[in-house]
Ligand binder design. Structure first.
Ligand SMILES: [Zn+2]
Length: 283
């Protein structure tokens, strides 16, 4: 679908599993291509509380893309190209503290990148397919998450009697394997809170496109160093996620409803480029 046809068909994006839109009525599937290739899947357009939302299955439908193979640049670009300016990014994580057990909802305010082999920027100096070359631009990621989006997520959780952890550091590892016990103990010793595989470069890319991005992390297990058993298993992660997907969906829907209208956005995210010329046209 060409940009002209898709322009402004959504205002809020949710990057997460199919469990988040499968119960919506009147979901429209649209395919979007980007200069970076196709996103993880089609966008699924629906409406929540009068807000137009684009859902993107981060791992593709059927969950075929491992975290390190996700085309993060295409995902954020595709969302922006259909009009999205605010993004909610729920993801499953491991808890790095005993008190952050399975079922904990933590809305992080900081991020540590321990990925190794991902393209993490639009400003990599390489020409786009149309020949335009991005300028050298350095955005601030000192505060990686949208303060307005975080507040909406926290309020939404409390409104559903799910007391969230307000703030904490999400460390993102390359995966797809889970951490060794030594790595996990090191992450804990740094004072970090939860560990995941998809939170980076999503937040950084969103910032480069002047999108608001909010991470909602659902703890599905205690990471290897925080427990005394056998370590994380994929089955356990899936089981806990499934047990919590309904209430997480409720929180996301309430957060969507609470996000400001585009024209009322006044957070740091909207000024990320500070008037700098990216060298290409933002979608
Ligand atoms: Zn923002």
């Amino acid at each position: 679908m060409a940009n002209a046809e898709t322009a402004r068909v959504a205002e809020i994006g949710v990057i997460g599993g199919s469990g988040f839109y499968s119960l919506l009525e009147d979901v429209t599937e649209v395919r979007v291509d980007t200069p970076y290739g196709p996103p993880s899947d089609s966008l699924f357009l629906g409406e929540i509380a009068g807000r137009r939302v684009a859902f993107l299955p981060r791992h593709g439908r059927g969950h075929h893309l491992p975290p390190h193979r996700i085309n993060y640049r295409a995902n954020l670009w595709a969302l922006r190209s259909v009009g999205v300016r605010q993004v909610l990014g729920p993801c499953a994580v491991g808890g790095l503290r005993p008190e952050y057990g399975p079922g904990t909802l933590l809305v992080p305010d900081q991020l540590v990148d321990r990925t190794k082999a991902r393209v993490t920027t639009y400003f990599d100096g390489l020409p786009l397919p149309d020949g335009t070359v991005p300028n050298v631009v350095h955005v601030s990621l000192a505060d990686p998450y949208c303060p307005v989006g975080r507040a909406a997520a926290l309020k939404a959780a409390r409104g559903r009697d799910w007391e969230p952890v307000d703030g904490g550091t999400l460390v993102v590892v390359e995966g797809p394997r889970f951490s060794t016990r030594a790595e996990s103990l090191w992450h804990q010793a740094q004072g970090w809170s939860v560990v995941g595989m998809t939170g980076h470069p999503e937040a950084a890319l969103a910032r480069e496109l002047e999108l608001c991005y909010t991470s909602l992390t659902l703890v599905t297990d205690l990471d290897a160093g925080a427990e005394t058993g056998e370590g994380v298993s994929h089955d356990e992660v899936l089981r806990v996620f499934a047990a919590n997907v309904d209430r997480l969906r409720g929180v996301l829907f309430d957060a969507v409803a609470a996000l400001p209208a585009d024209e009322d956005r006044d957070c740091l995210c909207t000024k990320a480029l500070g008037g700098m010329d990216p060298g290409f046209e933002l979608p």
